[in-house]
Design a protein around this ligand. Structure first.
Ligand code: SAH
Length: 252
């Protein structure tokens, strides 16, 4: 069973392509795909580029062309939750497209014609990733564990996506306030995950989205993002995906 590992940017996949056994490269839709095995598990790696359309095309190709039966998105995101800090990890329980607005015909954020606002991530796959993150990231503590010295924290909840790099405090305040007023508690914002979750939902392919927080989606976001992606993101992704695939191998 092939697992697809998808990211937007090359830094978000670290050295995974170089670690593949029996590697094969191919190009579809202007994108490069790397297939092979990692820890004995058949995988296909892909970079979507930035944004929902790019991510949806790539997820579709992974399922249709490469027969991916599970999909994991690994990347970075801006923190929106009060307790979500740079360096923390957020695993999505649900995704929402924060720039979807066909109101007043459909409720705000609902995907027209589907009756859905929240897109589910697979709970089994997400649990494996949460476990892998706890096991492999330095000083990781659970969100509710106040006993331990604060290291990086691992959160599980709502991640929202839209075609905007959220880079002012005013914009992230508005985004957070609007969603909270409607009963949603967004932990992080990024630009691809909800599109991937929509494609996977349509195909019945389990998916998980894991994001390391690169910035707080505020006025310093651009500076923080650039430094974080260069210095930290690739190491985290590498460790997480290796730990996840080792967990898969142990399950077989
Ligand atoms: N200005 C940046 C643009 C990168 S877009 C550059 O110089 O390249 C940011 C990427 O990281 C997207 O793939 C998105 O999913 C994620 N991301 C990180 N922080 C984000 C934020 N504050 N808002 C939206 N997406 C963010």
């Amino acid at each position: 069973m092939t697992i697809a590992i998808l990211s937007a940017l090359p830094e978000e996949q670290g050295g995974l392509a170089a670690a593949l056994a029996a590697p094969r490269e191919s190009v579809h839709g202007g994108r490069q795909f790397h297939s092979g095995t990692l820890h004995g598990q058949p995988v296909v790696l892909a970079l979507s580029g930035i944004g929902k359309v790019a991510a949806a095309i790539t997820a579709t190709l992974l399922i249709e062309r490469f027969g991916a039966r599970q999909l994991v998105f690994t990347g970075v995101a801006g923190g929106l939750g009060d307790e979500v800090r740079v360096g923390d990890v957020v695993v999505a329980e649900h995704m929402l497209q924060h720039d979807m607005d066909a109101s007043p015909i459909f409720p705000r954020w609902e995907l027209p014609g589907t009756g859905r606002t929240l897109l589910d991530c697979d709970s089994v796959l997400s649990t494996l990733i949460l476990r892998a993150a706890r096991a492999c990231l330095p000083g990781a503590t659970d969100q509710n564990d106040h006993e331990t010295t604060p290291g990086l924290q691992i959160h599980h909840g709502l991640i929202v996506s839209g075609d905007r790099f959220v880079s002012t405090a005013a914009e992230s305040d508005a985004l957070r306030a609007g969603l909270r007023a409607a009963g949603y508690n967004p932990l992080a914002v990024e630009m691809e995950g909800a599109a991937v979750a929509q494609v996977c939902g349509d195909y019945g392919v389990p998916c998980a989205i894991v994001r390391t927080i690169s910035d707080r989606a505020d006025d310093a976001a651009h500076r923080d993002f650039t430094r974080f992606v260069r210095e930290v993101a690739s190491r985290y992704s590498d460790r997480l995906i290796h730990a996840l695939l080792r967990a898969f191998t142990d399950l077989r």
